[in-house]
Ligand binder design. Structure first.
Ligand code: SF4
Length: 110
């Protein structure tokens, strides 16, 4: 059993229901391929809180406190979807989550 948390773009969340993320979780495809044969427990799915994404750290800490072992930065943070521009803070946020919270971070979901 792997407990995961997801971080999504606040701006993208206004127009994306997260369907593609939930599909790859369910089918263990995309970035979830490595979890085939393992159960996934979704601890939470948060948004960054809006540019520049500083609320993500506090909320990821909450997910870690509740057992999250792997944090996924959703594809909306690493590609310009559903609309440009691409998030300029994604790598910085991922590094802060790794460094401050000591948890594994995977870039992208699908
Ligand atoms: S900081 Fe990045 S992920 Fe958050 S709203 Fe801005 S562009 Fe989206």
């Amino acid at each position: 059993m792997t407990k995961i948390g997801l971080v999504r773009c606040e701006m993208a969340a206004r127009s994306c229901p997260g369907t593609a993320c939930f599909k790859v979780i369910k089918t263990k495809t995309g970035a979830f391929e490595e979890f085939k044969g393992d159960d996934i427990d979704i601890i939470g799915m948060i948004t960054c809180g809006g540019c520049p994404g500083r609320d993500a750290i506090r909320q990821v800490q909450e997910m870690v406190n509740r057992g999250a072992e792997v944090i996924f930065m959703c594809t909306c943070l690493i590609k310009p979807i559903p609309n440009p521009p691409k998030c300029p803070y994604a790598e910085e946020l991922a590094d802060a989550i790794r460094d401050k919270l000591g948890v594994r971070v995977i870039m992208g979901t699908h």
